[in-house]
Design a protein around this ligand. Structure first.
Ligand code: PRT
Ligand code: ZN
Length: 220
Protein backbone atom coordinates (compact mmCIF):
# COMPACT_ATOMS: atom_id res chain seq x y z
CA UNK A 1 0.00 0.00 0.00
CA UNK A 2 2.16 2.84 -1.24
CA UNK A 3 -0.54 5.43 -1.43
CA UNK A 4 -0.15 8.11 1.18
CA UNK A 5 -3.17 8.61 3.41
CA UNK A 6 -3.92 12.06 4.77
CA UNK A 7 -6.77 12.51 7.25
CA UNK A 8 -8.58 15.84 7.33
CA UNK A 9 -11.77 17.11 8.92
CA UNK A 10 -14.82 16.21 6.88
CA UNK A 11 -17.04 19.10 8.01
CA UNK A 12 -16.33 22.01 10.28
CA UNK A 13 -14.02 24.95 10.78
CA UNK A 14 -10.87 23.32 9.40
CA UNK A 15 -12.47 21.29 6.59
CA UNK A 16 -12.53 23.82 3.75
CA UNK A 17 -9.10 25.23 4.37
CA UNK A 18 -7.52 21.78 4.78
CA UNK A 19 -9.01 20.62 1.50
CA UNK A 20 -8.06 23.90 -0.20
CA UNK A 21 -4.47 23.77 1.02
CA UNK A 22 -4.01 20.24 -0.27
CA UNK A 23 -5.57 21.21 -3.61
CA UNK A 24 -3.08 24.06 -3.81
CA UNK A 25 -0.18 21.62 -3.58
CA UNK A 26 -1.71 19.36 -6.23
CA UNK A 27 -3.65 16.92 -4.07
CA UNK A 28 -7.26 16.98 -5.19
CA UNK A 29 -9.86 14.60 -6.49
CA UNK A 30 -13.55 14.26 -7.09
CA UNK A 31 -15.73 12.59 -4.49
CA UNK A 32 -19.46 12.26 -4.11
CA UNK A 33 -21.05 14.17 -1.23
CA UNK A 34 -21.18 11.10 1.01
CA UNK A 35 -17.85 9.56 0.09
CA UNK A 36 -15.35 9.52 2.94
CA UNK A 37 -12.25 8.62 0.95
CA UNK A 38 -11.14 10.90 -1.88
CA UNK A 39 -8.79 9.18 -4.30
CA UNK A 40 -6.48 11.76 -5.84
CA UNK A 41 -4.19 11.42 -8.83
CA UNK A 42 -1.19 12.46 -6.71
CA UNK A 43 -0.83 9.02 -5.11
CA UNK A 44 -2.62 10.31 -2.03
CA UNK A 45 -5.94 9.29 -0.52
CA UNK A 46 -7.76 11.86 1.59
CA UNK A 47 -9.67 10.45 4.55
CA UNK A 48 -12.61 12.69 5.50
CA UNK A 49 -13.23 12.18 9.22
CA UNK A 50 -14.06 13.89 12.49
CA UNK A 51 -11.12 15.88 13.82
CA UNK A 52 -11.27 13.97 17.13
CA UNK A 53 -10.57 10.70 15.31
CA UNK A 54 -7.42 11.90 13.53
CA UNK A 55 -4.91 11.28 16.39
CA UNK A 56 -6.17 7.71 16.86
CA UNK A 57 -6.03 6.99 13.12
CA UNK A 58 -2.43 8.23 13.04
CA UNK A 59 -1.40 6.36 16.19
CA UNK A 60 -2.91 3.14 14.85
CA UNK A 61 -1.16 3.48 11.51
CA UNK A 62 -4.41 3.85 9.54
CA UNK A 63 -3.41 7.29 8.27
CA UNK A 64 0.07 8.65 7.50
CA UNK A 65 -0.57 12.33 8.18
CA UNK A 66 -3.39 14.53 9.36
CA UNK A 67 -4.45 18.15 9.68
CA UNK A 68 -6.17 19.12 12.93
CA UNK A 69 -6.19 21.69 15.70
CA UNK A 70 -3.25 21.49 18.10
CA UNK A 71 -5.87 21.73 20.85
CA UNK A 72 -7.35 18.31 19.97
CA UNK A 73 -3.92 16.69 19.98
CA UNK A 74 -2.96 18.31 23.30
CA UNK A 75 -6.21 17.21 24.95
CA UNK A 76 -6.10 13.61 23.77
CA UNK A 77 -2.41 13.27 24.65
CA UNK A 78 -3.32 13.97 28.30
CA UNK A 79 -6.47 11.84 28.42
CA UNK A 80 -5.97 8.13 29.23
CA UNK A 81 -9.27 7.31 27.48
CA UNK A 82 -7.50 7.90 24.16
CA UNK A 83 -4.76 5.76 22.58
CA UNK A 84 -1.09 6.46 23.39
CA UNK A 85 -0.11 9.42 21.20
CA UNK A 86 3.55 9.59 22.19
CA UNK A 87 4.55 8.37 18.71
CA UNK A 88 2.96 11.36 16.99
CA UNK A 89 4.89 14.41 15.93
CA UNK A 90 3.85 17.84 14.68
CA UNK A 91 5.50 18.33 11.29
CA UNK A 92 4.33 21.90 10.70
CA UNK A 93 2.33 24.71 12.26
CA UNK A 94 0.02 25.85 9.49
CA UNK A 95 -0.57 29.44 10.61
CA UNK A 96 -4.39 29.37 10.48
CA UNK A 97 -7.26 27.92 12.53
CA UNK A 98 -6.04 30.04 15.41
CA UNK A 99 -7.94 30.02 18.70
CA UNK A 100 -7.26 29.94 22.44
CA UNK A 101 -8.57 27.63 25.11
CA UNK A 102 -9.68 30.08 27.77
CA UNK A 103 -11.27 30.17 31.19
CA UNK A 104 -14.30 32.48 31.14
CA UNK A 105 -16.55 33.62 33.97
CA UNK A 106 -19.91 35.37 34.11
CA UNK A 107 -19.70 39.15 33.69
CA UNK A 108 -21.09 39.56 37.22
CA UNK A 109 -18.44 37.37 38.86
CA UNK A 110 -15.48 39.21 40.36
CA UNK A 111 -12.05 37.93 39.28
CA UNK A 112 -8.88 38.29 41.27
CA UNK A 113 -7.02 35.25 39.89
CA UNK A 114 -7.12 31.47 39.29
CA UNK A 115 -7.67 30.77 43.00
CA UNK A 116 -11.17 32.23 42.58
CA UNK A 117 -12.03 28.88 40.92
CA UNK A 118 -11.39 26.86 44.09
CA UNK A 119 -14.47 24.82 44.94
CA UNK A 120 -16.23 25.97 41.76
CA UNK A 121 -17.62 23.95 38.83
CA UNK A 122 -16.03 24.47 35.40
CA UNK A 123 -17.85 23.27 32.28
CA UNK A 124 -15.67 22.20 29.35
CA UNK A 125 -15.20 19.88 26.39
CA UNK A 126 -11.46 19.85 27.27
CA UNK A 127 -11.43 18.10 30.67
CA UNK A 128 -7.81 16.90 30.55
CA UNK A 129 -6.26 20.27 29.67
CA UNK A 130 -8.52 22.01 32.17
CA UNK A 131 -7.61 19.54 34.93
CA UNK A 132 -3.91 19.91 34.29
CA UNK A 133 -4.15 23.71 34.30
CA UNK A 134 -5.95 23.57 37.65
CA UNK A 135 -3.51 21.03 39.11
CA UNK A 136 -0.50 23.10 38.00
CA UNK A 137 -1.93 25.89 40.14
CA UNK A 138 -2.94 23.68 43.06
CA UNK A 139 -6.62 24.51 42.60
CA UNK A 140 -9.29 22.02 43.63
CA UNK A 141 -12.33 22.53 41.40
CA UNK A 142 -14.97 20.29 39.82
CA UNK A 143 -14.94 19.67 36.08
CA UNK A 144 -18.31 19.36 34.36
CA UNK A 145 -17.62 17.55 31.09
CA UNK A 146 -19.97 18.49 28.24
CA UNK A 147 -19.78 17.70 24.52
CA UNK A 148 -20.63 21.17 23.20
CA UNK A 149 -22.36 24.52 23.77
CA UNK A 150 -20.53 24.91 27.07
CA UNK A 151 -21.20 28.67 27.06
CA UNK A 152 -24.77 27.93 28.14
CA UNK A 153 -23.75 26.15 31.37
CA UNK A 154 -23.30 29.17 33.70
CA UNK A 155 -26.67 30.66 32.71
CA UNK A 156 -28.34 27.34 33.52
CA UNK A 157 -26.63 27.08 36.88
CA UNK A 158 -24.86 23.92 35.65
CA UNK A 159 -21.41 25.45 36.21
CA UNK A 160 -19.80 28.58 37.68
CA UNK A 161 -17.24 29.08 34.89
CA UNK A 162 -16.23 27.50 31.59
CA UNK A 163 -13.07 26.51 29.77
CA UNK A 164 -13.63 26.68 26.01
CA UNK A 165 -12.11 27.65 22.68
CA UNK A 166 -12.38 31.30 21.79
CA UNK A 167 -11.56 33.01 18.51
CA UNK A 168 -13.48 36.27 18.03
CA UNK A 169 -14.90 36.26 21.57
CA UNK A 170 -18.42 36.91 20.25
CA UNK A 171 -19.91 33.73 21.70
CA UNK A 172 -18.63 34.53 25.18
CA UNK A 173 -19.94 38.09 25.00
CA UNK A 174 -23.33 36.98 23.68
CA UNK A 175 -23.69 34.68 26.67
CA UNK A 176 -22.67 37.16 29.35
CA UNK A 177 -19.19 35.69 29.86
CA UNK A 178 -15.72 37.19 29.78
CA UNK A 179 -12.33 35.49 29.33
CA UNK A 180 -9.98 35.71 32.31
CA UNK A 181 -7.18 33.17 31.73
CA UNK A 182 -5.58 31.40 28.76
CA UNK A 183 -4.98 27.65 29.08
CA UNK A 184 -3.62 26.95 25.57
CA UNK A 185 -2.93 28.80 22.32
CA UNK A 186 -3.77 26.70 19.27
CA UNK A 187 -3.68 26.62 15.48
CA UNK A 188 -4.03 24.02 12.73
CA UNK A 189 -1.10 21.62 12.52
CA UNK A 190 0.15 18.89 10.20
CA UNK A 191 0.85 15.74 12.22
CA UNK A 192 2.29 12.29 11.49
CA UNK A 193 3.57 9.23 13.26
CA UNK A 194 7.33 9.09 13.76
CA UNK A 195 8.91 7.25 12.08
CA UNK A 196 6.57 7.19 9.07
CA UNK A 197 6.17 4.03 6.99
CA UNK A 198 9.44 3.51 5.11
CA UNK A 199 7.69 3.28 1.73
CA UNK A 200 6.20 6.78 2.03
CA UNK A 201 8.79 8.55 4.21
CA UNK A 202 10.53 10.47 1.42
CA UNK A 203 7.24 11.58 -0.15
CA UNK A 204 5.88 12.67 3.19
CA UNK A 205 8.98 14.75 3.91
CA UNK A 206 8.77 16.48 0.51
CA UNK A 207 5.05 17.02 0.88
CA UNK A 208 5.45 18.45 4.38
CA UNK A 209 7.85 21.10 3.09
CA UNK A 210 5.45 22.01 0.25
CA UNK A 211 2.41 22.14 2.52
CA UNK A 212 4.18 24.21 5.18
CA UNK A 213 5.40 26.72 2.60
CA UNK A 214 1.99 27.02 0.89
CA UNK A 215 0.16 27.33 4.19
CA UNK A 216 2.42 29.97 5.67
CA UNK A 217 2.40 31.96 2.42
CA UNK A 218 -1.40 31.95 2.35
CA UNK A 219 -1.75 32.99 5.98
CA UNK A 220 0.99 35.65 5.92
O1 PRT B 1 -17.34 17.27 13.59
P1 PRT B 1 -15.96 17.48 14.12
O2 PRT B 1 -15.72 16.73 15.43
O3 PRT B 1 -14.92 17.20 13.09
O4 PRT B 1 -15.83 19.04 14.43
P2 PRT B 1 -15.89 19.86 15.80
O5 PRT B 1 -17.27 20.35 15.98
O6 PRT B 1 -15.23 19.11 16.91
O7 PRT B 1 -14.87 21.05 15.49
P3 PRT B 1 -15.04 22.49 14.82
O8 PRT B 1 -15.24 22.34 13.36
O9 PRT B 1 -15.98 23.34 15.59
O10 PRT B 1 -13.58 23.04 15.12
C1 PRT B 1 -12.46 22.41 14.58
C2 PRT B 1 -11.21 23.12 15.09
O11 PRT B 1 -11.25 24.50 14.69
C3 PRT B 1 -11.03 23.18 16.58
O12 PRT B 1 -10.54 21.98 17.16
C4 PRT B 1 -10.04 24.33 16.71
O13 PRT B 1 -8.73 23.86 16.48
C5 PRT B 1 -10.42 25.26 15.55
N1 PRT B 1 -11.15 26.48 15.98
C6 PRT B 1 -10.75 27.76 15.72
C7 PRT B 1 -12.27 26.54 16.70
C8 PRT B 1 -12.59 27.90 16.87
N2 PRT B 1 -11.62 28.63 16.23
C9 PRT B 1 -13.78 28.27 17.58
N3 PRT B 1 -14.05 29.47 17.74
N4 PRT B 1 -13.09 25.58 17.18
C10 PRT B 1 -14.22 25.93 17.83
N5 PRT B 1 -14.59 27.24 18.05
C11 PRT B 1 -15.90 27.43 18.74
C12 PRT B 1 -15.79 27.49 20.26
O14 PRT B 1 -15.87 26.18 20.79
C13 PRT B 1 -16.96 28.36 20.66
O15 PRT B 1 -18.15 27.59 20.78
O16 PRT B 1 -16.50 28.65 18.35
C14 PRT B 1 -17.11 29.28 19.48
C15 PRT B 1 -16.41 30.57 19.81
O17 PRT B 1 -16.13 31.32 18.67
P4 PRT B 1 -16.05 32.91 18.79
O18 PRT B 1 -15.57 33.37 17.44
O19 PRT B 1 -17.40 33.41 19.12
O20 PRT B 1 -15.02 33.22 19.86
ZN1 ZN C 1 -14.45 17.38 16.90
Amino acid sequence: MNRLRIAIQRKGRLAGRSRGLLAEVGIAGQAGPDELIVTTNAGVDLLLVRDDDIPGLLAGGFADAGILGANVLAEQALDPRFPDLSGLSTLADLGWGGCSLRIAVPDAMAWTGPQDLAGRRIATTYPALTRRWLEDRGIDADIVELTGSVEIAPALGRADAICDLVSSGQTLAANGLRPVETVLESQAVLVSRIPPRASIAARLAALTATIAAASQAASA
